[in-house]
Design a protein around this ligand. Structure first.
Ligand SMILES: *Cc1c(COP(=O)(O)O)cnc(C)c1O
Length: 413
């Protein structure tokens, strides 16, 4: 039988065990523990010699089913679902780095990720080096024997910068540096990370995947492309577990001990969300382009930033990497912070809220919210201007969205 195509695969992932009642949806196993037939079975399970669920902080049937569905559509070596996107990022870094190691990234980074690297993990001896990731030579110069990974976002938020992944991976691969992509803005279906040399994908499934802000969640997707013998901390695991070294270390140590597991109920919601991902993504991306084109013509708008616009500096590379759907977020500049606030206060349909890819369109002034803890200089380095507004576009009828934006802009300069 021919292999199913992606959308079909998303909907028809098999259960790992037949359900006792023939349920078509994986039920919510919202339980803590699992009973064993004998002391011997318990021992084998705890030794990892016989796969079984033992305790829901470590693994759970509903969470596992969600992981397997993501695995089926990505052809990954393995997938791990966690409590949040931040849990996915922190668990990953804690599993691959020791005190004194470094990672390379850009200051064009989700605010909390920057804070994780610069505050939380810095105190434990992780060094973070910042480069302009669109300049591969600059990245190459920062790599040394303690560099464990290059970490980047496929479309940065809110700068909407797109890195050329072939160029970045040409720097990482010969130097044996792990390439980690935060693909929150471009999840599977929209983007095939492995094709572009990404070894490890981390996602805030809170955003696109959850099905419209139903729940918080995160994913780690390991493509099995990185030779873990090259990682100082995972060398021994690599000898024993080969390409499963990281996943094994997570499950049997870091993920288990940190305890940021996904709740079974959230896994159920996120599985439902996954089923409609392609439909929602198509609708929101089409809306985003229409709104971007409208804003380009509005005299009050000083500039519009969306990689799907032909005059965007990232149009060509976005097209190569994401086809005709470069995400559902756009930003634009008005004349001043005051004008931004006036606009935010005037819109009626757009919701003033922080999140991305809710089913509803959300509007935010990044400089005074997500980035408010940073001083003016750092905000400038991060590309967060006081005149910038972010729209995370939903799946409403675009004509209603444009009408609301139009009335919001009336009377502004
Ligand atoms: C939201 C977000 C995160 C954090 O995800 P949570 O699920 O909120 O923990 C990480 N990276 C990016 C790009 C995000 O947008």
């Amino acid at each position: 039988m021919a292999a199913y195509r992606l959308i079909t695969k998303i909907l028809h992932a098999k259960f790992s065990k037949e359900d006792a009642h023939g349920s078509l949806h994986m039920p919510v196993y919202d339980n803590v523990t699992f009973e064993f037939k004998s002391a011997e079975d318990l021992e084998l399970a705890f030794q990892g010699k016989k796969p079984a669920h033992m305790y829901s902080r470590i693994s759970n049937p509903t969470v596992e089913h969600f992981e397997q569905r993501v695995q089926a559509i990505t052809d990954a070596q393995g997938v791990m679902a966690l409590a949040s996107g931040m849990a996915a990022i922190s668990n990953t870094i804690l599993a691959i780095c020791r005190t004194g190691d470094n990672i390379i990234t850009s200051k064009h980074l989700f605010g909390n990720t920057y804070s994780l690297f610069e505050q939380t993990l810095k105190d434990w001896g992780l060094q973070t080096r910042y480069a302009d990731l669109t300049q591969p030579q600059e990245v190459a110069r920062l790599i040394d024997e303690k560099t464990r990974a290059i970490f980047f976002e496929t479309i940065t938020n809110p700068q909407l910068e797109v890195v050329d992944l072939k160029a970045l991976s040409a720097v990482a691969k010969p130097r044996n540096v792990l390439l980690i992509a935060d693909t929150t803005m471009t999840p599977p279906y929209l983007f095939s990370a492995k094709e572009f040399g990404v070894d490890l994908e981390v996602i805030s499934s809170t955003k696109w995947i959850s099905g419209g802000a139903t729940s918080v969640g995160g994913l780690i997707i390991d493509y099995g492309t990185y030779d873990w013998k090259r990682n100082d901390k995972l060398q021994k695991d690599a000898v024993k577990y080969g390409p499963f070294a990281l996943l094994n270390r997570l499950r049997r140590e870091v993920y288990r001990n940190i305890g940021a597991c996904m709740s079974p109920y959230n896994a159920y919601l996120q599985s439902l969300g996954l089923e409609t991902l392609p439909l929602r993504l198509d609708a929101a991306c089409a809306n985003t382009l229409k709104i971007a084109e409208f804003l380009q013509k509005a005299p009050q708008v000083k500039s519009v930033n969306y990689p799907g616009l032909k005059n965007s500096a990232f149009y060509q590379i976005a097209r190569k990497q994401f086809g005709d759907k470069p995400g559902g977020v756009l930003t634009f500049d008005l004349a001043s912070k005051e004008q931004c606030f006036a606009f935010l206060n005037k819109v009626k349909l757009l919701r003033r809220a922080t999140n991305l890819q809710d089913n509803r369109t959300l509007i935010l002034h990044p400089a005074s919210t997500i980035f408010c803890e940073y001083d003016a200089k750092l905000k400038q380095e991060m590309g967060v201007r006081e005149t910038l507004i972010r729209l995370a576009v939903g799946i409403e009828d675009y004509r209603d969205l444009i009408a609301d934006i139009e009335q919001g802009l009336e009377g502004l300069r």
